[in-house]
Design a protein around this ligand. Structure first.
Ligand SMILES: Cc1cc2nc3c(=O)[nH]c(=O)nc-3n(C[C@H](O)[C@H](O)[C@H](O)COP(=O)(O)O)c2cc1C
Length: 359
């Protein structure tokens, strides 16, 4: 039913925005991995709204509880269940969307598919569902860490404002130092003003987030239907508000020639490496040892405080809707930890699958 992701290392997320709790069940985690609630909490705190002047002022505490699969600080190899209790939920603000679907949101399609939906806080289509992904991703990151693999994401474009290209060290140093999570401090300032303007205009803006996976060895990915790029694209596209995914040179590669696009091989310190990385670290669906580079296009937040046309589904009359609730004026800064989590889940899954080969 689409609530489970991954094959050898999988997560099943459950829960709705204003239900009693929301969470995840992780299956396939190797035994003996040191894991505490603090490991998970650190990532959930990065995901949580209400942390900066440009995220929704909802104050969600989001304290994680590990319910199973961990004994004396180590994973046991059995399913790990985790939950976060839902608090600070003012459902009355959502009465308006019970019968009137928000343009750009999932209200209409959920209603048409299931004939019933928990409209409070957006129900299952709410960004609170990403709590389960981020909690699962935190475990995946710990597995990857043991193999020297690190995932970083940063905002490279917001409301049409582009950041200058940055080095990995600059991403590490700068990304958490400004509310837009952009590693170029100058562009970050302009982006911040653009977000404030959008909010004043009762509108929202979108942007682009880049995700890098460092230290991935050659050989991850299962051709032909579970190619690494295929799974990464699915994982990232499965995040709400993502409307495009590209790997390496992505859409720009369509305008390149073969001699421009191909990454020549060379020897460096006794290792085969590529002198460029237009492939984004993946060839034939298999990692080639270079940095894996993905970018996602994130649309503007659908819930805006402007009057928009919609239909009252109770009598099919045309009407207007203005969303008064507390919403993010822009999603890319908040999507950064979610995109890292989904990338980590894919890589942990493929790492574990790759270990089943005997060469
Ligand atoms: C981290 C994150 C935060 C989001 N915040 C909001 C929000 O405050 N208001 C809103 O209307 N949509 C928000 N969204 C987007 C909706 O969840 C998404 O647009 C909706 O589920 C419809 O899915 P689609 O855009 O993929 O078609 C957020 C998404 C993510 C991933």
């Amino acid at each position: 039913m689409g609530n489970t992701f991954g094959k050898a290392f999988s997560i099943t997320t459950w829960g709705e925005s204003h239900g009693p709790a929301i969470g995840v069940v992780i299956d396939g985690c190797p035994p003996g991995l040191e894991l505490t609630e603090t490991d998970i909490q650190l990532e959930l705190d990065r995901r949580r709204p209400g942390q900066s002047e440009i995220s929704t002022p909802r104050q969600e505490e989001d304290r994680v509880e590990i319910l199973s699969g961990v004994f004396e600080g180590k994973t046991t190899g059995t399913p790990i269940a985790m939950q976060v209790r839902n608090k600070d939920a003012d459902s009355s603000k959502y009465d308006i969307i019970k019968n009137m679907p928000r343009p750009g949101h999932a209200d209409y399609t959920y209603q048409m598919k299931y004939g019933i939906r928990d409209h409070r806080g957006g129900g299952r289509s709410s960004a609170r569902e990403t709590i389960g992904r981020v909690a699962g991703g935190a475990v995946a990151k710990k597995i990857l860490e043991r193999h020297g693999i690190e995932i970083l994401a940063h905002v490279v474009e917001l409301g049409g404002i582009k950041a200058s290209p940055v080095q990995v060290d600059e991403i590490k140093a700068n990304v958490e130092s400004n509310p837009v999570r952009c590693a170029d401090p100058e562009a970050a300032k302009t982006m911040l003003e653009r977000v404030k303007q959008a909010r004043e205009d009762k509108d929202s803006i979108g942007g682009i987030v880049e995700i890098l996976a460092l230290g991935v060895p050659p050989g991850l990915g299962e051709p032909v239907f579970d190619k690494l790029d295929c799974d990464l694209a699915g994982a990232l596209m499965g995040i709400g508000a993502v409307k495009g995914v590209e790997i390496g040179s992505g859409f720009a590669s369509a305008a390149m020639t073969g001699s421009q696009m191909n990454d020549p091989f060379e020897m460096r310190n006794g290792k085969v490496v590529c002198s460029t990385n237009n492939a984004g670290g993946i060839l034939g669906g298999i990692s080639n040892g270079e940095i894996i580079v993905c970018r996602i296009a994130v649309k503007p937040t659908p819930s805006i405080a402007r009057s928009q046309k919609t239909v009252d589904m109770s009598d099919l009359s045309e009407t207007n809707i203005t969303i008064e609730g507390r919403h993010d004026p822009t999603i890319p800064p908040r999507i950064v930890p979610v995109a890292e989590a989904m990338t980590a889940l894919v890589l942990a899954d493929h790492l574990i699958r790759a270990q089943s080969y005997t060469k």
